[in-house]
Write a protein that binds this ligand. Structure first.
Ligand SMILES: Nc1nc2c(c(=O)[nH]1)N[C@H]1C(S)=C(S)[C@@H](COP(=O)(O)O)O[C@H]1N2
Ligand SMILES: [Mo]
Length: 370
């Protein structure tokens, strides 16, 4: 029989309930933050009928999504250490000692599998390795989170006595690693990962963010780009461009010059991507509310659909709820930092609205339907 190396399977030593419970508490905190912010994020992007997401504070989504990705990344070393701390139990004999024990082990198996799946798919997603996920990331990541949460609650209930007694059960130690040593190493790893990635949304940490795939300040006009114009199939936008605005009182086809001739408003709003990066920027352009007034849709209380020149792709259109559509900070931006938009940022105009995920800030807007 193939035996795993002794350091993985040898019980005793620094391993013991105190270490496991301690790591479990940290992991529990990280998973709770990750679950709450993740569920928020899901509803913001796919709002059910009963859902309401406020438009203020304008930075809220930037914070919740930043926390989601940061807590998930910090959980990677915590989960690794926790699994290591109980690893010998995998080889315990007999594998099951009755129905209760079988159920408990089943829950642990499900919990571990779900936790590993969530962290691996999350990392693949923010690293843009979609090709390694031959399934729908959003649905799989979302539903596995609920399985994880359920299995975690069962696990906590089953382990309550162990958690209660852990304070008293100090392992003997065998001259090797100390419990504090393992905790310090794990904490350092979690801290290092956070420092190496948080700069994707916390600008002062940019210099140490060696692992962040996108950095605020890096990209055309100082703002990162997720999907370039070329990747969206948009090669050139010329004089023939018209923005079509449709509403109950008619239809307007506005050229870029028409748009520039309308009253211009300014808004300082971040692009906050679901993938964890974000960047603040100053935008100016036409208020969507003003366009709605043109077509008699200012007071209809109806949602507004914003469609891109992009022919296909999941993010070529988005829906503005009635409130945000008429918010004075919701713009069809024509300028970024005082200059015309770069083609990669959505030239000739893109949606920018307060407290809204980047994925719904539609670029290369061609139609506004109210
Ligand atoms: N038409 C269109 N708009 C889009 C996208 C897209 O794929 N197509 N990507 C969105 C995503 S995921 C993000 S994070 C923001 C990024 O905006 P930026 O590239 O200007 O930073 O654009 C959004 N707008
Ligand atoms: Mo995004």
């Amino acid at each position: 029989m193939v035996r795993p190396p002794a350091f993985l399977t040898r019980p005793g030593g620094v391993r013991g309930p105190r270490l496991t419970v301690h790591l479990g508490a940290w992991l529990g905190i990280a998973f709770t933050i990750c679950l709450v912010t993740g569920v928020l994020s899901h509803y913001v992007q796919h709002p059910p009928g009963w859902w309401h997401w406020p438009a203020r504070p304008v930075q809220l989504y930037r914070i919740t999504q930043g926390l989601h990705v940061a807590s998930g990344l910090a959980a990677v070393p915590l989960l690794t250490a926790k699994i290591w701390s109980v690893f010998p139990k995998l080889f315990a004999w007999p594998p099951v000692r009755g129905l209760g024990h079988a159920l408990e082990r089943g829950a642990v198996g499900l919990l571990s599998a779900a936790a590993v799946f969530e962290l691996v798919t999350g990392v693949l997603n923010i690293a843009y390795w979609y090709s390694l996920m031959p399934f729908g990331f959003i649905g799989a990541h979302y539903w596995t989170a609920w399985i994880l949460a359920g299995a975690l609650l069962l696990h906590l209930a089953a382990k309550l006595p162990v958690i209660r007694d852990a304070r008293r059960a100090e392992p003997a130690g065998d001259g090797g690693w100390t419990r504090r040593g393992v905790l310090a190493l794990t904490g350092t790893a979690a801290g290092a990962i956070t420092l190496a990635t948080a700069g994707q949304t916390v600008a002062p940490l940019r210099r140490v963010s060696l692992l962040a795939p996108r950095l605020p300040g890096v990209g055309p006009q100082g703002v990162p780009v997720n999907k370039t114009a070329a990747a969206a199939g948009i090669v050139r936008v010329d004089e023939s461009y018209r923005l079509l605005v449709t509403g109950p009182a008619g239809r307007h086809a506005l050229s870029l010059a028409d748009l520039l001739a309308l009253p211009q408003a300014e808004a300082e709003l971040p692009i906050a991507c679901v993938e964890g990066w974000s960047a603040g920027a100053v935008w100016s352009g036409v208020r969507v509310a003003d366009l709605l007034r043109l077509v008699g849709a200012a007071g209809t209380g109806r949602p507004v659909t914003v469609e891109s020149l992009q022919a296909d792709g999941p993010y070529r259109a988005s829906v503005l709820e009635p409130g945000p559509a008429r918010d004075p900070l919701t713009l069809l931006a024509l300028r970024l930092g005082g200059e015309p938009l770069h083609l990669d940022h959505g030239y000739p105009c893109r949606l920018i609205a307060p407290n809204r995920p980047g994925v719904l800030q539609t670029k290369w807007v061609a139609r506004v339907i109210a």
